[in-house]
Design a binder for this molecule. Structure first.
Ligand SMILES: C[S@@+](CC[C@H](N)C(=O)[O-])C[C@H]1O[C@@H](n2cnc3c(N)ncnc32)[C@H](O)[C@@H]1O
Length: 421
């Protein structure tokens, strides 16, 4: 039997968006987030295909690109993510605050920064790892700022400033600035938390105002954006309730979101035990499952090939495919009849084996009951800046074509389009 293969699908240039990119528009630029959507892609899906009047859902909501775009287009939306950093960012990005009200709190907060006394070692009952990532100078300033924010009586305002603080933590730490992965840079001179916070928050305040005014003028301010900490394998969304799903699942063994967001995780006490936190994520290389059997012919072939190279990687990828099988069934359950799912997904190569996640997920979607016509699949190039195409196998860093020990990472990606019958 010939297995599913997308190699012959032609790249669709209409989806490249290499001239006008909307990454800084609205609230999209509040917080860095690995593998986040290009907002143009979501915008085009909504404008060209979304089922009018019915909610849009994203079960891997990340930093909320789908939900921000849904609101601006006048759609109700629902999102879940397993990562509390993601749900905090999404909540703040989708619920703009009345600009004058926000500015009042900002002025007050900034005026209090002058009370900081570098002779006082502000008490922080925080995780030991904070001392690993921060020098005392920055640590005490962050603790001071964090306490000021926590004293604010309004939760929306508090969350707004927490997102800003979360974004600047990396800049103020010893974390190698150019790396997504956790790595100490002994030569780094961290940025001053107060000035960094001021600059970033001012940008957020400007963007909040633009988003707020646009939504207010168009009477969209109160449109529902429901973001919850939850699991894509088992959401609490009603059966047959969602009109359109627009989502991008995690890539297999590539981004460890738990590790990447550990600075915020430790400061905001989202978790105590990093190992346990990691295991909740789909696509993690910390999964501890020994099952090597998966539900599609192509998936099984990939696992068998990988087993010859590394049994641990084979188990991780099998675990990923099995999780994605549950996700396919779940999105089928929540979509209403004639509702469509748009899944943005890329392939990669690990240990020399081509991991065709897109093709495998396509097969899983069909097994879950979806109407799936290969002609509807959209293949798009990923611009280099958003996602480098080559990485070193050992340390995961960006690599050149001439380096020997490299793997290619998503030079292009697919938008799988399926419909519930
Ligand atoms: C590729 S990112 C999504 C990015 C998103 N499209 C955006 O624009 O920000 C994948 C997301 O899946 C989330 N994730 C991983 N495992 C999950 C699970 N079991 N349930 C829900 N979300 C999960 C990660 O936390 C991450 O935010």
């Amino acid at each position: 039997m010939i297995s599913t293969n997308f190699d012959n699908i032609k790249v669709n240039k209409d989806w490249a968006f290499d001239r006008v990119r909307s990454v800084e528009q609205w609230t999209h630029g509040y917080h860095r987030y690995p593998a986040k959507f290009l907002p143009n892609v979501v915008k085009k899906i909504i404008e060209d295909y979304a089922l009018p009047k019915y909610p849009i859902g994203d079960p891997f909501a990340g930093c909320g690109t789908t939900l921000v775009e849904a609101k601006i287009h006048g759609f109700e939306s629902h999102g879940v993510d397993i990562n509390p950093v993601a749900t905090l960012i999404t909540k703040v990005k989708t619920e703009p605050i009345e600009p004058k009200f926000l500015e009042k709190y900002y002025s007050l907060l900034i005026s209090q920064l002058s009370l900081f006394n570098d002779q006082i070692f502000y008490t922080i009952h925080k995780h030991d790892k904070i001392d690993y990532w921060f020098y005392p100078e920055e640590k005490y300033k962050i603790a001071f700022l964090y306490n000021l924010i926590y004293e604010i009586d309004n939760k929306d305002i508090r969350d707004f400033f927490l997102v800003s603080l979360s974004h600047i933590l990396k800049n103020c730490s010893k974390w190698l600035q150019s790396s997504t992965k956790p790595q100490i840079d002994k030569n780094k001179k961290p940025i001053d938390p107060f000035s960094s916070f001021r600059t970033h928050t001012q940008m957020m305040i400007r963007k909040n105002k633009e988003y707020y005014n646009k939504l207010f003028d168009e009477k969209k301010i109160n449109i529902l954006c429901d973001i919850q900490l939850g699991d894509a394998r088992n959401t609490n969304w009603d059966t047959d309730s969602i009109g359109t799903i627009i989502t991008s699942p995690p890539y297999v063994t590539s981004y460890e979101y738990a590790d990447i967001h550990q600075l915020t995780g430790y400061w905001y006490e989202y978790f105590d035990n990093l190992q346990q936190f990691r295991e909740k994520f789909i696509g993690t290389s910390y999964s501890c499952d020994s099952n090597l059997s998966v539900d599609t012919i192509l998936g099984q072939k990939i696992i068998n090939d990988l087993s010859k190279k590394s049994s641990k990687t084979a188990k991780n990828v099998a675990h990923y495919f099995n999780d994605m099988s549950k996700v396919a069934k779940e999105i089928h359950r929540v979509l209403r009849k004639n509702g469509k799912a748009f899944i943005v997904i890329g392939n990669t190569t690990v240990k020399g084996v081509h991991i065709q996640s897109a093709e495998v997920f396509w097969d899983l979607l069909k097994k879950a009951g979806f109407n799936a016509n290969k002609k509807n699949i959209i293949k798009r190039n990923i611009p280099y800046k958003l996602m480098p195409t080559l990485r070193n196998i050992d340390n995961g860093r960006f690599a050149k074509k001439t380096d020997p020990n490299t793997k290619s990472v998503y030079p292009n990606e697919y938008i799988l389009v399926v419909e519930k019958k």
